[in-house]
Design a protein around this ligand. Sequence first.
Ligand SMILES: [Zn+2]
Length: 326
Amino acid sequence: MRFSQIMGNQEILRQLREHVEKNTAFHAYLFEGPDGVGKRLAAQVFAKGLLCRHPQGGEACDLCESCVRFTGGNHPDYHYIEPEGKSIKDQVIEEVQNQAAKKPFEGERSVFVIQQADTITERAQNRLLKTLEEPKGNSVMILLVENIQSILPTIQSRCVNLRFRPVDQESIAGYLTKSLGISQAYGKMVSAFSYGSVGRAIRLGADEDFPARRERAIRCAKALGDKDGFIDFAREIQSVTDGAEAMELLDLMEFWFRDALFLSRGIDPLLLVNQDQLPGLYEMLRKTEGGEKGRWPALMMERIEQAKTDIARNGRVSYALKSIAL
Ligand SMILES: [Zn+2]
């Protein structure tokens, strides 16, 4: 993998590339951003470039001994740390501290990538801080975090902070169509539902059950627009008892109503998530019209949001789902 193959966040990648090219890497980096937007990939490519003997244009050469060992997963100066269970153990950070103080085995520096660094305890963070304050061996530390609030401000201020953004839908859709061989329309729908996370988009695109779950959500949304739809709705949600499943169902329904709301306000159908569902969306708007334009989908979105909050708060899935229809 190379920088040029990573989707999104091009400005950040340009900077990292420059640090490799000009050999101006800092001692510590903080990659912040939601899951699936390319933090880990960028860190790995960056690390490989930093360890490469002959980087070209900021990219690792892929040919030198260092690159070969990196690709083979046995580079002695590359350390990848991830949580065991829910968090990164204190003794793991102690080991990092010891390693970072030593001279690198082979090249000029050693590189540490710490995945989910926001799970490091405060005590261990203080330990890490010492390493950052007085870097002894020549090391580069890359901390990957979803939530920067869990990182001590003293650590933050010692790091180059790079904020990764969700990847744009078009790039994701293009990638899905090419790599998974799914239709453009479907790729677009999946990417819209991925919130800019490539990882999530790939999971959903490859998930054979996802189309069926989406169909169910659409049936639910349509039933809510029917006068006597409550029975149909209740039947559809009967089997949903799991919180995560319910949340996904609600998300999908919310997209449907959001699309309806957009349509009622004359927004270009090309901007909708459910572009393949235009007849159904128009039909629902026709059935529920009366009063202010878009009132019905807006109301449904409000109730869905409320149901999500309720589930997150008390986990009572069935009750929260039913309350949407009442
Ligand atoms: Zn190389």
